[in-house]
Design a protein around this ligand. Structure first.
Ligand code: NDP
Length: 239
């Protein structure tokens, strides 16, 4: 069975991916909250291992990479799924908010991809899936930091995809629109209503809608797909 590491595994999309792929892959999960990760591992007994790491903290990421190397876990698949928002209108966007989102969403992705891809190169097979966002392509009010982090991942993914294509490693992004998870639970009723009016399919997506795309991109069926972004947004933006 191929070994898969997913970050932000206890979140809405992360859990849906674990639930969908647990019978076909050796799943390892990474999260920052020990009790949430413990709960996830208790719920899904198939989870093979877990790592506790705050992706906003470079030292902790370095430690986890060492732990993975010490235990000789050669991951075939990396799903960079963890992400945060920290919204403010641009004129009020301070460096702290900017840096926190860039570090958690983009820098951590780079560090993990850089470390784990080395073993994939040796194995001559690998899949890297990055969860981005529609707003990395369209921009969004109050999200200059978040949009930049997600657009940054897209550019980075294309470059890595070019460099690793001959090594039989594919690198792709999935850009969700609005998905029913704790990230969108902060929307007020009126915000939800006006949002749904803008979505041609007339509904917010489910975490499973995203997990189904992850399933395709980690599988052998996607072997000729690299450097792409799969948009999962109910038609909200046709990019
Ligand atoms: P959730 O908030 O449910 O999940 C986010 C996950 O990321 C949680 O497990 C969270 O851990 C983890 N996380 C956040 N910060 C850190 C950190 N510093 N270190 C380690 N883990 C961290 O949201 P989603 O499931 O919706 O989000 C998954 C991905 O999908 C994100 O990258 C998000 O940007 C993207 N996305 C989501 C959309 C949506 O509408 N829901 C739309 C577009 C993109 P904890 O529980 O401990 O906070």
């Amino acid at each position: 069975m191929k070994k898969l590491l997913i970050t932000g595994a206890n979140g809405g999309i992360g859990e849906a991916v674990c639930n969908l792929l647990g019978d076909r892959y050796e799943i390892f999960v990474l999260g920052r909250n020990k009790s949430k990760i413990k709960e996830l591992c208790t719920k899904y007994k198939f989870i093979k291992g877990s790592f506790i790491c705050d992706l906003n903290n470079e030292n902790q990421i370095t430690q986890i990479i060492k732990e993975i190397e010490t235990n000789s876990i050669d991951f075939d698949i990396l799903i960079n799924n963890a992400g945060i928002t920290n919204d403010a209108l641009f004129l009020r966007m301070d460096l702290e908010k900017w840096q926190r989102v860039i570090d958690t969403n983009l820098k951590a992705n780079f560090l993990l991809t850089s470390a784990l891809s080395k073993k994939m190169i040796k194995k001559k097979w690998g899949r890297i899936i990055n969860i981005t966002s529609v707003v990395g392509h369209t921009g969004n009010f109050g999200q200059s930091n978040y949009s930049a982090s997600k657009a940054g991942i897209v550019g980075m993914s294309k470059s890595i995809a070019l460099e690793l294509a001959k090594r039989n490693i594919t690198v792709n992004c999935i850009a969700p629109g609005f998905i029913e998870t704790s990230m969108t639970s902060v929307l007020s009723e009126s915000q939800r209503k006006s949002l749904i009016e803008k979505i041609p399919m007339g509904k917010i997506g489910s975490p499973l809608d995203v997990a189904n795309c992850v399933e395709f991109l980690v599988s052998e069926k996607s072997e000729y797909v690299t450097g792409q972004t799969l948009h999962v947004n109910g038609g909200l933006a046709m990019l």
